[in-house]
Design a protein. Structure first.
Length: 164
């Protein structure tokens, strides 16, 4: 018996390493091997994942508006702010719009299931709502004439960029 009898022949393909199966229920590929786990995105997506916390905000037996109360609260407050802005109470209307977005950020942070108020990941939603709401409130407080808030370095920047 030769020394090479216990070894694989030289021209044989090396044994493939054990492959991890993504879904243990899924069928193997055409060659009978488990499917490879890949981090690449598929060529065609079939659906999108629901955002974290994107489930109903109320039990499924509740009427449709009650299941989406967080987004309805934010949208109704924004609508009221737009109405006040259209009726020439622009500063109060804009403050209400900014407060609605800040309230949306607070709801997204505090409540685990907010329905359609969840658009992206929880962190992204909170940051987006808070930044937009904060900027709207800040701009409403600084609006001319007779601003309620004066920030000197922003006033200097305005005079530096816009000369009259």
């Amino acid at each position: 018996m030769s020394a090479e009898a216990g070894r694989a022949p030289r021209d044989a393909a090396p044994a493939e390493p054990e492959l991890e199966v993504r879904d243990p229920v899924s069928a193997p590929d055409a060659a009978g091997r488990p499917r490879r786990v890949t981090r690449r995105f598929p060529l065609f997506t079939k659906d999108t994942a629901r955002p974290e916390g994107g489930g109903r905000a109320a039990p499924s037996d509740a009427p449709a508006p009650a299941r989406q109360w967080p987004v309805l609260a934010v949208l109704s407050t924004v609508g009221l702010g737009l109405l006040l802005t259209a009726l020439d109470a622009f500063r109060v209307g804009l403050l209400l719009i900014g407060a609605a977005l800040l309230g949306g950020a607070a709801l997204r942070w505090l409540i685990p299931r907010v329905g359609m108020l969840a658009v992206r990941s929880r962190f992204t939603d909170i940051v987006t709502y808070a930044v937009l709401g904060g900027v709207i409130v800040l701009l409403a407080l600084m609006a001319q004439p007779k601003p309620w808030l004066e920030i000197p370095f922003l006033d200097d920047a305005l005079h530096f960029t816009v000369r009259s």
